[in-house]
Design a protein around this ligand. Structure first.
Ligand SMILES: [Zn+2]
Length: 401
């Protein structure tokens, strides 16, 4: 019992590495509420300020009477009351629920901090919920919304998964697939500051696409109007803007490569990908499902070169399994600080007392076994796997480091 204690300790830091997006998504949502509130307040207050200075100005010039002053002040009061109503609606419908989500998620994570070991029932329950979360993340990313909703309801973990965010993503992507940038542009507008910080070119790409569509319809003056109104000149996009301007000289069936490429409908698919990438980086979400990342991490810790060698499959090893082996193909092999090599002939451990010896073709067996074989066959040793023979002297000693 005592030896198992250290290995079952919770690796809190490692666990938390995966949880950044889990905490980040509601935080980003809350930041959006905050920004909307701020914008609303700024807008209304500057209007009120302008009205006040107007009134002061008018009364100085003797142009404002008592009636005018009362009317102006009443209008200001109505404006402030409206603002108050808007803000409390926003807080009630979005702010408070988002705060509740943040609180529940942090409480969920605190279970890990408090867990004494991985074997406690609390931790086990937590890690079951984590698996449910990852499964829902996977179903949402792969377009299986109905399964995601069903699983969410069944496990009652609405606040711990991002169904709404992915439904939003889906809605905007469907818009793009139906060749409309409207929804995606509205999203860009909502997240303007964050996207600028990320140096995202999504908005530019969307604007360019709307321009290309006007060019496709040969609505040249509308296209020029759009270009001057929505695509501002900047050095980062200079080449693209020049090309876009020239596009009008080419018809949609052109064979001139750069312009043919601009007219290519496949650009819509790349817009879908660019949009998803922007949403993911905004929320610190990895581009791959969390479930895959967790599986990769587990597989990488088990994978050995021998897993792909049909002659040394280990039935207890998941990487040796044909299906999981495919998933593990791209992950690095595990690093073994202390490894034991077992001789395939004698089954004995090879070490400095019984060092491994290599045939010219690279197959390795223990010196003890080979010396025994040589003694029985007049100094000749034969590799049991490749059936190649040579003299004992031709073998090379292998140093294990
Ligand atoms: Zn294996």
């Amino acid at each position: 019992m005592s030896s198992g204690a250290s290995s079952s300790n919770v690796n809190t830091e490692g666990v938390m590495l995966f949880e950044q997006p889990f905490a980040r998504v509601p935080f980003e949502n809350y930041r959006k509420v905050f920004r909307t509130t701020q914008r609303q307040i700024e807008k209304d207050f500057s209007a009120i300020q302008a009205t006040t200075s107007g009134l002061v100005e008018r009364s100085k010039n003797g142009g404002a009477d008592k009636e005018d002053a009362i009317q102006t002040i009443d209008a200001m009061i109505t404006r402030v009351e409206n603002l108050k109503r808007k803000l409390s609606d926003l807080n009630e419908n979005v702010g408070t629920p988002t705060q509740a989500v943040m609180k529940e998620r942090l409480e969920h994570l605190s279970v890990v901090e408090d867990a004494e070991s991985q074997t406690t029932p609390e931790y086990q329950r937590w890690s079951d919920t984590r698996l449910d979360r990852w499964l829902i993340d996977w179903t949402l990313r792969t377009g299986r919304e109905r399964t995601a909703k069903k699983l969410t309801a069944e496990k009652d973990i609405h606040t711990l998964v991002d169904v709404d965010m992915f439904m939003d993503i889906r809605r905007i992507e469907l818009g793009l697939l139906n060749r409309s940038c409207t929804e995606a542009l509205a999203w860009c507008n909502e997240n303007k500051a964050a996207l600028r910080k990320l140096k995202s070119t999504l908005e530019f790409d969307l604007r360019l696409q709307e321009y290309i569509e006007l060019a496709r319809l040969r609505q040249k003056s509308e296209a020029i109007g759009y270009l001057t109104k929505h695509i501002s000149w900047n050095d980062a996009h200079a080449q693209q803007i020049k090309q876009a301007a020239t596009l009008l000289a080419f018809s949609p069936d052109t064979n001139c490569v750069p312009y043919k490429r601009l007219y290519d409908p496949a650009r819509w698919d790349s817009l879908v990908r660019a949009f998803r990438l922007a949403v993911y980086s905004l929320n610190s979400l990895p581009t791959e499902p969390l479930l895959n990342l967790a599986l990769y991490a587990g597989l990488a810790s088990l994978k050995l070169p021998s897993c792909y060698d049909a002659s040394c499959k280990n039935i207890d090893c998941p990487v040796c399994d044909a299906d999981l082996g495919v998933l593990a193909q791209e992950v690095p092999s595990s690093h073994h600080v202390i490894s034991t090599i077992v001789c395939q002939i004698s089954g004995k451990i090879m070490n400095e007392n019984n060092p491994p010896m290599a045939f010219p073709n690279g197959y390795v067996y223990s010196r003890e076994a080979l010396e025994e074989m040589a003694a029985q066959h007049g100094g000749i040793v034969t590799c049991p796997r490749s059936h190649k023979s040579c003299t004992l002297q031709e073998l090379r000693k292998v140093f294990v480091s």
